[in-house]
Design a protein around this ligand. Structure first.
Ligand SMILES: *[C@@H]1O[C@H](CO)[C@@H](O)[C@H](O)[C@H]1NC(C)=O
Length: 386
């Protein structure tokens, strides 16, 4: 075998450095211009569809069916039009970490790369509600009713998507859509039927939720508390995935019982809050909390002081059957103060439809450029922690 000459080696090295620099410069240029857009008062309505959809991409979480991550999603990621993905049980195969890596690589190779990974979320609550192998094996209810609930919650937290074959550093950009901070009311109700609530006692939910999220975030997994302001009062058949739900709970009770664990989580620095799709007439008789600026802007952000990222529950949820198409729902949510829309119907087209809807709404001014820029910056700040 012939060894390469020193000259050939040198030119190879120079070529690599040169092409790396060119690529880095191209990336930096595109990224800088995107950052500039976030800070400058230019009229966003005059921007190209491409630029607007790169900005909108931050706000959309996509999903796909079955065991193969579709090429279309890789292409969208490379074009910078994806904010992240949600993983379901049907996606969990041995090759998943490699698929996620190729998605991250596609994004990182594209012109919109900002140096942070795409957000990869899943529902790893514990007990029966886990998507990835590796626990937590205990349900929230088992944790909350154990001898030392906060201690049990603290040790369950980091095992979430961080454990198991896939999670040992293999999935990048981890965000858990847990813990559930709903305070259930009675045996077998919506939260209790799958033991998703830590307790009927708001203090125990607060302590467990805070311990769970703190240990999880200390282990590099972003935590999400849900379903704000609380689904604890929902009966066994009041499932927002399936149809509209109205929880006629007095505001005083919502604030003293249901919101209490969220106050703890906000004080502890939780990364994300997922509002509920139930209607709470006490504050807004018309709109589900996740489509209501009274809940998201006035209550969660202004009254409770949450400064992190809000992420929607499933855009395709039955609770929103009277709220229009997927894109209309997402636009309404973002107008109300939601940062990220969860297109979780396992259909890449749904995410794309949401993306296009956001672009159109920015263009026609129904989503304010200023609000959208602030929201995009919150998501960037979140991703910089990954
Ligand atoms: C939202 O998207 C999903 C997946 O494409 C689709 O099944 C559903 O019908 C859509 N919902 C509405 C209201 O258009």
């Amino acid at each position: 075998m012939q060894l390469p000459s020193a000259a050939a080696l040198l030119s190879l090295v120079l070529w690599s450095i040169l092409s790396a620099t060119t690529k880095a410069e191209a990336t930096a240029k595109e990224t800088t211009s995107i950052y500039d857009l976030l800070d400058s008062p230019v009229s966003w309505t005059s921007l190209s569809d491409n630029k607007l959809s790169i900005l909108a991409g931050y706000h959309v979480i996509y999903s796909w069916p079955g065991s193969i991550l579709p090429q279309r999603l890789l292409n969208l990621a490379e074009a910078g039009k994806v904010g992240g993905v949600i993983i379901f049980g049907e996606n969990v195969v041995d090759g998943l970490p490699a698929q996620i890596q190729s998605l991250q690589d596609a994004y990182a190779n594209g012109p919109a790369y900002d140096g942070t990974p795409l957000l990869v979320v899943t529902d790893q609550e514990g007990g029966e509600v886990v998507r990835l192998p590796g626990g937590p094996e205990e349900s929230a209810k088992e944790i909350g009713s154990s001898a030392h609930p906060a201690r049990a919650a603290a040790s369950a937290g980091p095992t979430s998507p961080a454990a198991g074959a896939m999670a040992e550093g293999l999935i990048i950009g981890k965000g858990n859509l847990a813990p559930v901070l709903d305070v259930y009311r009675k045996e077998g109700d919506f939260d209790d039927q799958f033991e998703r609530s830590f307790s009927k006692d708001p203090d125990i939910v607060k302590k467990c939720g805070t311990a769970f999220l703190n240990s999880q975030q200390a282990n590099g997994v972003l935590a999400t508390t849900k379903h704000f302001p609380g689904l604890g009062a929902a009966d066994s058949d009041e499932n927002t995935d399936l149809g509209p739900v109205t929880l006629d709970v007095p505001l005083k009770q919502l604030r003293s019982i249901d919101e209490l664990p969220f106050k703890g989580a906000i004080a502890a620095g939780v990364s994300m809050v997922m509002p509920s799709w139930a209607v709470y007439p006490a504050l807004d008789p018309k709109r589900p909390a996740g489509l209501s600026s009274k809940w998201i802007r006035a209550e969660l952000r202004q009254r409770l002081g949450f400064k992190g990222v809000t992420i929607s529950d499933a855009i395709e949820a039955g609770a929103l059957e009277d709220s229009g198409s997927n894109s209309t729902r997402a636009v309404t949510a973002i107008e109300a103060g939601m940062d990220i829309a969860l297109a979780s119907a396992r259909d890449v087209s749904q995410g794309k439809e949401v993306l296009d809807g956001l672009v159109a709404a920015i263009r026609d001014g129904s989503i304010s450029g200023q609000d959208f820029a602030a929201s995009t910056k919150r998501i960037m700040a979140l991703r910089s922690k990954l």
